[in-house]
Design a protein around this ligand. Structure first.
Ligand code: ADP
Ligand code: ADP
Length: 227
């Protein structure tokens, strides 16, 4: 379980991005952080993998303070997916996905074999393996982003508006795919979006944040009060 305990983030310019946030993110579920632009969602996600340090409060993963773990160990336990997938433009699809296993010391063949398996898992045609990212559609690129994040089989996936840049039909397909992947692989997923419909569709638990970085509600979708 990821436990966010009374966390505040104040940036050096004085902006309070997150204000005494407490959340218990259950294992093997999708917890969605939803709210308007600027309400502190990305800041929260980045504090979980320590790209940013909290000003106050603690974040515990399975009881361990993220600030007291070696950062490499921590990052290895988390895949990260962002809006435009953030692929390496000069690497082929297969090698984008194989990057993390390679960094972990797998042989090139073994890493590519794993990458091929993951392409299947996220619904990508194997014929795309040798293409470069610019030769793929936005939806396909997001699938590559998800496959790459899954490559080292981390227990946790952090996803920051991963499907926002694709059209509504493709987006629905990606949401369905993510639900299927979550069910099959049992990952703990923290998913950021500004779209309440998306939150309700994919969330096991939904954390509604409001401007100023405060938590307004934290409930399963069926129990959310309409704002
Ligand atoms: P969201 O992901 O919900 O759009 P963010 O976490 O990106 O929100 O931002 C929360 C608030 O913190 C916003 O007011 C934003 O302008 C501010 N902010 C984000 N990053 C920085 C930074 N590096 N320095 C100062 N303010 C920041
Ligand atoms: P390099 O080691 O320089 O990447 P390789 O001869 O191993 O060269 O591969 C050349 C290109 O072919 C690579 O960029 C890679 O994307 C692609 N490739 C190699 N092996 C596979 C494979 N098993 N499946 C898909 N693409 C592959």
């Amino acid at each position: 379980m990821i436990r966010i305990d009374s966390v505040t983030k104040r940036y050096p310019d004085g902006t309070v991005a997150v204000d005494r946030l407490s959340l218990e993110i259950p294992d093997r579920s999708i917890t969605v952080l939803v709210g308007p632009s600027g309400c502190g969602k990305t800041t929260t996600l980045r504090m979980i993998n320590r790209m940013i340090e909290p000003t106050e409060g603690t974040i515990l993963i399975d009881g361990k303070d993220v600030m007291k773990q070696p950062v490499n160990t921590l990052r290895r336990s988390m895949g990260y997916v962002i809006q435009n997938a953030g692929l390496f433009q000069h690497r082929t699809i297969i090698d984008n996905i194989a990057t993390v296993p390679r960094l972990l010391g797998w042989s090139k063949d073994k890493a590519r074999e794993r990458a091929r398996e993951l392409m299947g898992r996220v619904g990508l045609d194997g014929a795309l393996a040798k293409r470069y990212p610019y030769q793929l559609s936005g939806g396909q690129q997001q699938r590559v982003g998800v496959a790459r994040a899954l490559a080292a089989d981390p227990p946790v996936l952090l996803m920051d508006e991963p499907f926002s840049a694709v059209d509504p039909v493709v987006r629905k397909g990606l949401q369905d795919e993510l639900l299927r992947i979550q069910e099959e692989l049992g990952k703990t997923i923290v998913f950021v979006t500004h779209d309440i419909d998306e939150a309700v569709k994919i969330g096991t638990m939904v954390a509604v944040m409001r401007t100023g970085g405060k938590l307004a509600q934290f409930a399963p979708p069926a129990e959310l009060l309409s704002a």
